[in-house]
Design a protein around this ligand. Structure first.
Ligand code: MG
Length: 265
């Protein structure tokens, strides 16, 4: 009688052992992380063809000045066609007609531009090659958000107002100025501030700036508009033009070339 059950018992025991082992193995293999667990394949980033050389606009750039005309720009004062001087592929400040700004409005973006302080620049402190790139020109009566342009190759001024500064808010991490007469580059990442429906600040603006390839502002959080006088504050806006400054000082006007922007999410 006993013997009749023994083979069945043995079979049951072996099946149970195999099943347990298999289940343990399955459990272990399920818990063991695999490289594939953390791979993301979709959606793929858009294809962008880079410029032929450093500084050239990539395929998805909006070209704001390519040396031919200033069609992308208007007078910041009255929105009539811009009247700076276009000559030999270069855009030069016209102090008589004032600041110019882009027709197009932007939110977050990557910006490239080049500027040149005249070789025979004169003046001191803020009155020496002063211009500026307003990363958001928020309308008449506002100061906006200015990335300073100035000759500080051999010219002292307050450091939160020197070239590479976010005017009176962010001292540049380095003075990477080239000699007057040489072309200089700005590459900027601008994260626009956002606002709640009641106009209160939702998230602040940030700026990262490379000056002649040197990092001078590293994801700097702005406290508001870059004011000439007083404590910065935010004022709600949605999209804004980029503005170039015709500063009122007596030194020779500065020039720009190769200006392009890429909109960012
Ligand atoms: Mg300025």
């Amino acid at each position: 009688m006993r013997n009749r059950f023994l083979p069945a018992l043995a079979l049951f025991a072996s099946v149970f052992t195999i099943a347990s082992a298999h289940s343990l193995f399955a459990q272990q293999s399920a818990e063991k992380p695999k490289p594939e667990d953390t791979e993301i394949w979709k959606p793929e980033p858009p294809v962008v063809t880079p410029g032929a050389k450093w500084g050239d606009p990539p395929s998805d750039a909006i070209v704001l000045f390519n040396g031919k005309n200033e069609d992308a720009w208007v007078s910041a004062q009255d929105h009539t066609p811009a009247q700076w001087i276009v000559h030999n592929g270069i855009l030069t400040v016209n102090k008589k007609t004032g600041n110019i700004e882009t027709k197009q409005k932007f939110k977050n973006y990557q910006l490239h531009l080049e500027f040149r302080i005249p070789a025979d620049i004169t003046g001191t402190s803020q009155a020496r090659g002063n211009s500026g790139v307003f990363l958001a020109s928020t309308g008449p009566g506002d100061d906006g958000y200015e990335l300073q342009v100035l000759d500080n190759y051999n010219n002292k001024t307050y450091v939160n107002g020197m070239v590479g500064s976010l005017y009176k808010q962010a001292i540049p991490l380095a003075n990477a100025a080239r000699k007057p007469g040489e072309w200089e580059t700005y590459d900027v990442i601008w994260t626009a501030p956002t606002f709640n429906s009641d106009g209160s600040l939702k998230s602040p603006a940030y700026a990262t700036v490379f000056f002649n390839g040197v990092l001078v502002e590293n994801h700097f959080q702005l406290q508001g508009q870059t004011l000439y006088i007083g404590k910065p504050f935010y004022k709600a806006y949605d999209r804004a033009p980029i503005k170039l400054q015709a500063h009122g000082d007596k030194s020779k006007p500065i020039s720009f070339r190769n200006i392009w922007v890429r909109e960012l999410p």
